[in-house]
Ligand binder design. Sequence first.
Ligand SMILES: [Zn+2]
Ligand SMILES: [Zn+2]
Length: 187
Amino acid sequence: MNPTSRYKILVSPLEKVEKPLLSCIQKEITAFFGFQTRVMPLFQDLDFSYNPARDQYNSTTILQGLSEKLPPEFIKVLGITKVDLFIPVLTHVYGEAQLQGNASIISLYRLKQDLCSETPREHFRNRIVKESLHELGHCFNLKHCREKSCIMHYCRSTYDVDQKDYGFCRYCEIFLQDEFKRLAASI
Ligand SMILES: [Zn+2]
Ligand SMILES: [Zn+2]
């Protein structure tokens, strides 16, 4: 048995998130990373990360909170929030993650912009899943990728998010498999 298989990935809604969306994210995480998932809120009050001058929430501070509260049976956590996130050097972020750490987060706030009129719900969901896989990818030690169609490509706009495929490029996939082997050897 793969020693990593007793670990799960936690999906932690930071406020109320629709069930079908959570199920979809869970399914894709298992498909791409091979870990079972669970949904459980670790906390919901984000006041500790609020910056009144910017009227936004500091994503790095929330990541620390998620990491500290993560129960030991989980190898990684993905927080999902509807508030607008920032890191000090940028106006906003779609998400953030600890590189090779255990915490990641995405915000739905800006992914809602410029949705297509025919299937807006599906379009929105696709963006959310792409950004979820991207941030968790960082937790599995993947860096930004120059390939525009790769999930690990850095996105400045929702247009960039839409250009990405639903998957890792050949190189990122190899790095990911290497990281799984490293994890299996270390736990
Ligand atoms: Zn990134
Ligand atoms: Zn790539």
